[in-house]
Design a protein around this ligand. Sequence first.
Ligand code: HEC
Length: 119
Amino acid sequence: MQKWIMSGVLTIAVVMAIVLMFTLPGKEQVAEEEKPTMPEVTMDAAAAEAVVKDQGCISCHGDQLQGAVGPNLQKIGSQLSAEEIYTIITKGKGGMPSFKDKLKAEEIANVAQWLAEKK
Ligand code: HEC
């Protein structure tokens, strides 16, 4: 009888452990939070240029995006994908400030796509 209870408890514990393994956020989900997903937008070059001017991107990256405090972005599309650029603008990186609170996700996505086409 005692043995039967013990194996019952053990079985429940194993089942709980398996359920937890699947319900707790895995590594993949955590990585996704670190890498925000870019919303899909239709690229609008004029709007992107306006954001880049108004948000002071050009004060660090140069009025022709030729680089200043920040790196040259004239051929950034050959190095980074739109998603990667989206992540950098959203979260910031090193001396690059985060624009998460200043711009809408769609605006960042538009600028990211515009920059990604610069090759
Ligand atoms: C305060 C100065 C500053 C402002 C404002 C700024 N950046 Fe940056 N940016 C930087 C710096 C510095 C880096 C380099 C970060 C690093 O790699 O450590 C950078 C990196 C980047 C990169 C990645 C370049 C690469 O070669 O890896 C992109 C893309 C970028 N900025 C776009 C933008 C856009 C778009 C804006 C406006 C919404 C903006 N930046 C505003 C300073 C700035």
